[in-house]
Design a binder for this molecule. Structure first.
Ligand code: NAP
Ligand code: FER
Length: 332
């Protein structure tokens, strides 16, 4: 049986180019003791993968040049030599970027396709959903009555941050995104109080109009001008959760920092980065609280689904370009 998998051929400098990657044919291996063979059905593509394509040491090891890349995936067990895992089970695991994966069974988490669509275990009920929940509640110490600003607001994490804040009693929720269609979605479908297209004018000016009384929480997915504008709009005791800085992921030079950090003194503001992996303890609470909102439609989600392993790379590049609304998913 033939498997196709994406290899990293060279470390991208700046924007990744197709020549940096190759779709390679391999033999599907048989599972050894304690292992399962999974036919992947949904693959995740995420901004953090850009970081793993670089050699710099970070929270996750760099992808190896000449090797298959990794990422979140959900698939069906098609062969098992592991106790507790049967053919036909569905598992969430970390061997994406390929059609078939042999994994140690203890690295897979069984998921129920009856409880929720399989793709949601990669998005609204998965890693990006928990990121939104943990970052908003724990890192940003969100509380009822807060005015919240989130960037990347039409994306997987951002759209969930804005809606969670709304559902939990924010006084005002403001979002920014990169197209008028996305802005319309935030206002019409996700219930944001205000939203703007960051490509249409300076963020600081647009934020001043969108949040005339300032903000108590900024959930940063973008960095750069957005972060500077948010510091400028921060109210007394404001909190900034640094989730991501996608505006600099392809930068070849260090990006300029905010020049207004002294406002953190006046506001007694707090700015703190976080990683979702430090908050896995919240997963049960997250599913218990957010699952029913997703099921009832109180919390809406979109997925942008790209079909075929041959389009896995384009889907990833699409996330960096902003092609996606909600979670970008590759369906095999
Ligand atoms: P996403 O928001 O669904 O997709 C990325 C979006 O970023 C694109 O759709 C694009 O939307 C926007 N973007 C791209 N370049 C931009 C730029 N220069 N300025 C402003 N926006 C830009 O991705 P996601 O998975 O939900 O991730 C969102 C952020 O959270 C990323 O920064 C990611 O690294 C971070 N993250 C962090 C953790 C953690 O543990 N800390 C975990 C998961 C994700 P537009 O059309 O609006 O430009
Ligand atoms: C993780 C920690 C962080 C993880 C993803 C991230 C997939 C994402 C970080 C980022 O986008 O900056 O364990 O698992």
């Amino acid at each position: 049986m033939i498997n196709r998998e994406w290899h990293l051929l060279s470390r991208p400098v700046g924007w990744p180019k197709p020549e940096d990657f190759a779709l390679v044919e391999t033999e599907v291996p048989a599972p050894g003791e304690g292992q399962i063979l999974v036919r992947n059905e949904y693959l995740s593509v995420d901004p953090y993968m850009r970081g793993r394509m670089s050699a710099a040491k970070s929270y996750a090891a760099p992808y190896e040049v000449g090797e298959v890349m990794q990422g979140g995936a959900v698939g069906e067990v098609v062969a098992s030599d592991a106790e507790g895992f049967a053919v036909g089970d569905h598992v969430l695991h970390f061997s994406g970027w390929r059609e078939y994966a042999v994994i140690d069974a203890r690295q897979g988490v069984k998921v129920d396709p009856e409880a929720a669509p399989l793709s949601t275990y990669l998005g609204v009920l998965g890693m990006t959903g928990l990121t939104a929940y943990a970052g908003l509640l724990r890192t940003a110490s969100f509380k009822e009555g807060d005015a919240v600003f989130v960037s990347g607001a039409a994306g997987a994490v951002g759209s969930q941050v804005g809606q969670l804040a709304k559902l939990m009693g924010a006084s005002r929720v403001v979002g920014s995104a990169g197209s008028d269609e996305k802005v319309k979605l935030l206002l019409d479908e996700y219930g944001f109080d205000a939203a703007f297209n960051y490509k249409e004018g300076p963020v600081s000016e647009q934020l001043r109009v969108a949040a005339p009384d300032g903000i108590d929480v900024y959930f940063d997915n973008v960095g750069g001008d957005h972060l500077q504008a948010a510091i400028g709009a921060l109210n007394l005791n404001g909190r900034i959760a640094i989730c991501g800085m996608i505006s600099v992921y392809n930068a070849t030079e260090p990006a300029p920092g905010p020049n207004n950090l002294a406002r953190l003194i006046q506001t007694r503001g707090r700015m703190e980065g976080f990683l979702v992996s430090d908050h896995f303890d919240l997963q049960p609470e997250f599913v218990e609280k957010v699952g029913p909102w997703v099921a009832s439609g109180a919390l809406k989600y979109r997925e942008t689904v790209v079909e075929g392993i041959e389009n896995n790379l384009e889907a990833f590049l699409g996330v960096l370009r902003g092609d996606n609304v909600g979670k970008m998913i590759v369906k095999l």
